[in-house]
Design a binder for this molecule. Structure first.
Ligand code: ASP
Length: 333
C-alpha cells in the first residue's frame, strides 16, 4: 500500500499513523503536520446513538443515557430494552412473533469496547435478552448460551421467568396457521430486529442486537442477530456495524464483521455498508424477495446505512436531536 493511502486509511484513529511513523523510524516535518491534522480529526465527537428501523423512543433513551454520561454498552442496552418490553413490537422481545409451532424464541448479543462479547440464542422465557447476553459476557467463561441452559443461567442471575407469547401474537399465529405459508415479508411493519451502536463521551463504541427472529421460522432456527460478526460487530479502534433482515444471508457473508473490516481498510461507514449489501445481491439472484439492511459508525462518529429494498430507516441521536433517516437502497425498480 502506498504511504499516502495508508495515512488516509489510518486517519480514523490516528493510532495507525503513529505506528507507521515509528515503524519507519523517521519523522519528517510533513508528517508532524499530518499528525496534527489527524489529532484534530480524531477529537472525540459528541455522543451518538444509532439504531435500525424507526425505534424512536429506544434510540432517544440510548442517546439521553449517553448524554447523562453513561458508558456505551449501558446506553445501548437501555435503548434496546425499550423495544424488548414493547408488547406492540412483534419482532423483538415479549410479544414477538412465534415460530411455526407457537414458540416465541429470542436471540440477542452485545459487544463492548474492549472487544468482549456475549450472546444468547433460542431463549423462550426471558424478555431482556440483551441484558442477559451481557450477563453471559460478564459472569461466565463463555460467549454464547442457548435455550434451556441460557434460561437456567438467567434465573440464577435474578431474571424473571415470563411468557413471551402474548394474546395478540397467539392470534396472529392462529391466523397464520390457516395457510402456514412461510414467506418472510420485506420490512415487516417497518420494524424488525433492533440493532444499536453507541459512541460515548470517552469515544468508546459498543453495540447490542435483539430479535425474535423471522416470524414463523422453523422450530430451532437461529438467525444472525446473536451471531457475533454477523448481526453485530464492534472493534473500538475502528467502529461497529449491526444488521437486520434475512439472517441467513447476513450469516453467509458475515456482514457486520465485513463492514468493520472494510472500514479498517479505509472505507467510510456508508461505502462499507454498500459493499456488504453488494456482496449479498451479487451472490443471490433471489434478493428481490428479501430485505437486508446495515447501519455502521466509525470512531470519528461518521455513520452510514444501506439496504436492499426501499423502506428501511435508521435513527440517529446526537446533540439532543433524534432523527429518522430514510436509507438509500440497492433495488431501484
Ligand atoms: N435478522 C433477523 C433474523 O434473521 C430478522 C430481522 O431482522 O428481520 O433473525
Amino acid at each position: 500500500m502506498k504511504r499516502r493511502h495508508f495515512i488516509k486509511n489510518a486517519s480514523l484513529t490516528g493510532i495507525g499513523l503513529v505506528a507507521s511513523s515509528a515503524a519507519m523510524g523517521c519523522k519528517d516535518p510533513s508528517e508532524e503536520k499530518i499528525e496534527k491534522t489527524v489529532m484534530k480529526q480524531t477529537k472525540t465527537p459528541s455522543p451518538i446513538a444509532i439504531c435500525t428501523w424507526r425505534f424512536t423512543e429506544a434510540n432517544a433513551t440510548a442517546g439521553k443515557a449517553l448524554k447523562a454520561g453513561k458508558a456505551a454498552l449501558d446506553a445501548a442496552i437501555a435503548g434496546v430494552e425499550v423495544e424488548e418490553e414493547n408488547l406492540k413490537n412483534t419482532t423483538v422481545g415479549k410479544g414477538g412473533a412465534p415460530d411455526r409451532e407457537g414458540n416465541v424464541t429470542l436471540d440477542a448479543c452485545v459487544m463492548n469496547s474492549d472487544g468482549n462479547c456475549g450472546s444468547v440464542v433460542y431463549v423462550a422465557t426471558i424478555t431482556k435478552v440483551a441484558a442477559l447476553a451481557r450477563t453471559v459476557m460478564e459472569e461466565t467463561p463463555h460467549v454464547m448460551l442457548a435455550g434451556a441452559g441460557a434460561e437456567e443461567f438467567a434465573y440464577s442471575q435474578g431474571f424473571q421467568k415470563e411468557t413471551l407469547l402474548t394474546e395478540a401474537s397467539k392470534e396472529a399465529w392462529h391466523a397464520w396457521l390457516k395457510t402456514s405459508e412461510y414467506k418472510p415479508i420485506i420490512n415487516i411493519e417497518n420494524h424488525d430486529t433492533i440493532g444499536m451502536l453507541t459512541l460515548d463521551h470517552n469515544g468508546d463504541i459498543a453495540g447490542a442486537c435483539s430479535s425474535s427472529g423471522l416470524s414463523y421460522k422453523m422450530k430451532g432456527r437461529v438467525g444472525d442477530s446473536p451471531i457475533i460478526g454477523s448481526g453485530l460487530f464492534v472493534d473500538n479502534e475502528i467502529g461497529g456495524a449491526v444488521a437486520t433482515g434475512m439472517g441467513e444471508e447476513i450469516i453467509k457473508t458475515v456482514g457486520s464483521f465485513l463492514i468493520v473490516e472494510l472500514m479498517r481498510n479505509g472505507l467510510s461507514p456508508q461505502a462499507a455498508c454498500e459493499e456488504a449489501v453488494r456482496r449479498i445481491v451479487s451472490k443471490n439472484e433471489a434478493y428481490t424477495d428479501f430485505q437486508v439492511a446495515y447501519i455502521a459508525m466509525n470512531k470519528a462518529g461518521e455513520t452510514g446505512a444501506y439496504c436492499i429494498h426501499e423502506g428501511f430507516t435508521m435513527m440517529k441521536y446526537q446533540n439532543d436531536h433524534n432523527e429518522a433517516i430514510a436509507v438509500d437502497f440497492y433495488h431501484k425498480k
